[in-house]
Design a protein. Structure first.
Length: 272
């Protein structure tokens, strides 16, 4: 029988030391909640979140004595949070609710009722889990290839492996190995972007600076340049206006120095 204390904790920073300082750890805890999360106003909702945070920390305290005293920052994502950002009905963590009527072949198939819309992921026939979701993605890709009359993907024993295993724990100095130093510096600077939900840097503009930084962070320089040139061309973005964007960056208050927006954008538009 399901119990609210059945919390799963992932200590991500054991393997990935880029997530926090050496004297810290990042813990993600996931568990069921039987609380009523119907929205009854901001104050009521925030109070419920605080109670849920205290409950989850108490559960972890039983498993890791002293955990409570070590918490520096904690944030709770409720079913409403999950539904808001992922559109999953009722805030379900993994696809649709596991129930009769939403099982197996009753779920979305790869081909949809629209000719050019293909579906993949944990809400489809294949279901939940890394292996099944991966298979679902390959199936969708093959459906697209078939529609285009191209050769579908098939595993070949001697095919090139694009997965690179790294030593654990992975540390910040190993980030962006394989890129030359100038490019690595730009990627590190872009990775400082907090990807704010309401970016202050682009206030009163249509400039997707957050999108540019996100693309540079993962090495998509071509995409970043294409996006940056959209607002460089349409809005006549100048060095002065880029400097103003930097002044509004939230990191000014948090750590005392903003993301080098002007440096990153100048680099990708001039060098790439």
């Amino acid at each position: 029988m399901l119990d609210e204390s059945e919390v799963t904790a992932y200590i991500l920073s054991i393997d990935d030391r880029t997530l926090c300082e050496e004297n810290s750890h990042v813990v993600v805890a996931i568990g069921p909640t039987f609380a009523n999360w119907d929205y009854e106003g901001v104050d009521d909702y925030l109070l419920k979140k605080e109670k849920e945070k205290a409950r989850l920390i108490a559960v972890l305290e039983k498993r890791f004595p002293g955990f409570t005293d070590g918490v520096r920052y904690a944030e709770v994502a409720t079913p409403r949070t999950i539904e808001r950002y992922t559109l999953k009905n009722g805030g379900a963590v993994a696809g649709p609710k596991q129930m009769l009527g939403q099982h197996m072949l009753h779920r979305l198939h790869t081909r949809s009722e629209w000719d050019n819309l293909f579906c993949c992921g944990e809400s489809t026939v294949m279901g939940t889990g890394t292996t099944t979701v991966t298979t679902s993605g390959i199936s969708a890709a093959n459906a697209v290839l078939k529609k285009l009359k191209l050769e579908p993907f098939k595993y070949q024993p001697n095919m090139k492996n694009y997965v690179r295993l790294v030593a654990k724990p992975f540390r910040a100095e190993s980030l962006y190995e394989g890129y030359h130093e100038e490019m690595r510096a730009i990627m590190r600077e872009a990775s400082r972007c907090q990807c704010c939900e309401n970016p202050q840097c682009s206030t009163n503009t249509d400039w997707d600076i957050r999108g540019v930084m996100r693309r540079v962070t993962v090495g998509n320089f071509a995409g970043a340049k294409k996006l940056a040139k959209q607002f460089l061309t349409t809005d006549g973005l100048s060095k002065a206006s880029l400097a103003e964007c930097g002044k509004r960056c939230v990191l000014n208050k948090e750590v005392g120095s903003p993301v080098g927006i002007q440096t990153v954008i100048n680099y990708i538009t001039a060098k790439q």
